[in-house]
Design a protein around this ligand. Structure first.
Ligand SMILES: *Cc1c(COP(=O)(O)O)cnc(C)c1O
Length: 447
């Protein structure tokens, strides 16, 4: 017997207000965080430069120890972390950086902030990460670095990327903003490239109560330069001399943020373990549904499960003629009506962002620099990223909470219910006026 879809007036699988907020809230804030933040308020040690350095320094040491890095520097946010990593590597303005075509915009804006030209390479649609062959094909005589984004929490194919970087004499930077604690061949993200960067944004797996980031490296000279570049180019290790050794901005972490994150880090291994079990239980049910492609984790890697991206294979569903983007649009409507907050993560590949289409940088820079190449950006060059954007939806947030196990089972219930109606939903998708590349928010769905 099938139950009427909530989208057509049937009962919602997860009724409004029926989920215990404490099982899906993120970050999980306990008395440990409250007390740590209050202690900072009472101590008056707010900044990295003054007495407030204590919590910042402890967070740096504890994160380095946790992932097995030699050095860690805490910075203002994950975007600043990438920017500072590129600065510390000494990459010159006008040089090119290979960036995956599918990522959060910050992976591409951080190089531009250093006057570096991002050159996009396609992803492997099975892992959502940089395709090593595409990365190598994007290299020119101007390329100086590859930015390996461990998207959604899965480490990139680092052995292949390291080999390519070495062959061409390039730096290998990891954007691990979504991959705290994930491992590749037994080693943690942030220790796999020349420099690793993390975000502590509250939406990420290791959150703070505001903004924050971390930069890790095995190279003491790179670490020293990150530290110098985060604080006006000044050496703040002793008595302040107000001398800037390099031109640099202010991208320090504040101590309240460090204190909060240290308490999160204390519970991080346990939360990671619970999340892993909850996500596996959800994905094993979803993988039973014909045409639902759950994220893979190749052997030798562990996944941080930051974002769960599900692809929908219209052919396996039995409707090869339906445009994947139209089916995805209808599916999003149906699942949301059941109470499942699925959404799109990125509606266009990075080169399709208006800022890149229009070269809306700094007065036309970095592309106008005399030594730079005036790269034209065409999303059509990246069929892997386009296909994934067309045929997938993401689950974000809920599953990060270690107590989300039961609600994730209800998410699976909702998918199973919707899947019983897949033929009529495919029929609806077929009748949709759908233009590929249109973000869901712009598509009108008939009722
Ligand atoms: C979140 C994120 C960033 C930026 O981090 P912020 O702390 O928000 O500046 C960079 N890259 C990726 C892949 C991200 O998901």
């Amino acid at each position: 017997m099938t139950v009427k879809l909530a989208m057509f007036g049937g009962p919602r699988t997860i009724p409004k207000g029926d989920v215990d907020r404490t099982t899906i809230a993120w970050p999980v804030v306990t008395d440990a965080e409250r007390e740590a933040v209050l202690q900072i308020l009472d101590s008056g040690g707010f900044t990295t430069a003054g007495r407030g350095g204590r919590e910042v320094g402890l967070l740096e040491r504890e994160w380095a120890a946790y992932i097995g890095a030699d050095h860690c520097a805490a910075v203002a946010n994950g975007t600043a972390a990438i920017e500072l990593a590129l600065a510390a590597l000494g990459i010159e303005p006008g040089a090119e950086v290979v960036v995956p075509a599918l990522s959060f915009m910050a992976s591409a804006t951080a190089p531009v902030q250093r006057l570096l030209v991002p050159v996009f390479a396609d992803i492997d649609p099975a892992t959502f990460n940089l395709d090593p062959a595409a990365a190598e094909a994007a290299i020119t005589e101007r390329t100086q670095a590859i930015l390996a984004v461990h998207l959604h929490g899965l480490p990139c194919a680092m052995t292949e990327l390291r080999r390519i970087a070495d062959r061409h004499g390039l730096a290998l930077v990891e954007d691990a903003a979504q991959a705290h604690g994930a491992t590749y061949e037994g080693r943690a993200t942030g220790t796999l490239g020349d420099v690793g960067t993390f975000s502590l944004n509250p939406s990420k797996n290791l959150p703070t109560c505001g903004e924050g980031g971390l930069v890790t490296t095995g190279d003491p000279a790179v670490h020293e330069r990150v530290v110098l570049h985060r604080q006006f180019g000044e050496d703040l290790s002793g008595e302040r001399d107000y001398l800037s050794r390099v031109l640099a901005g202010n991208e320090k972490l504040s101590s309240i943020n460090a204190a909060f994150t240290r308490r999160q880090l204390a519970r991080f291994p346990a939360m990671r373990e619970a999340r892993d079990a909850n996500v596996h239980a959800l994905l094993s049910r979803l993988s039973e549904l014909p045409g639902v492609v759950v994220p893979e984790c190749p052997p030798g890697r562990t996944h941080a499960w930051h974002i769960l991206r599900l692809r929908f294979d219209v052919e396996a569903i039995g409707h090869p003629g339906v445009p994947p983007g139209a089916f995805r649009t209808i599916l999003q409507r149906a699942l949301r009506a059941e109470g499942v907050p699925v959404r799109q993560y990125q509606g266009v590949p990075l080169p399709g962002q208006p800022a890149f289409q229009d070269h809306a940088g700094f007065g036309g820079y970095p592309w106008r620099l005399p030594n730079a190449r005036d790269v034209e950006y065409d999303p059509a060059d990246h069929p892997g990223a386009l296909a994934v954007i067309e045929d997938s939806l993401t689950l974000q947030g809920w599953h990060l909470n270690p107590a989300a196990g039961p609600v994730l089972q209800r998410v699976a219930d909702a998918f199973e219910k919707v899947w019983q109606h897949r033929d009529s939903l495919a029929g609806l998708a077929r009748s949709l006026k759908y233009r590929p590349g249109a973000p869901n928010a712009r598509v009108a769905v008939p009722r």
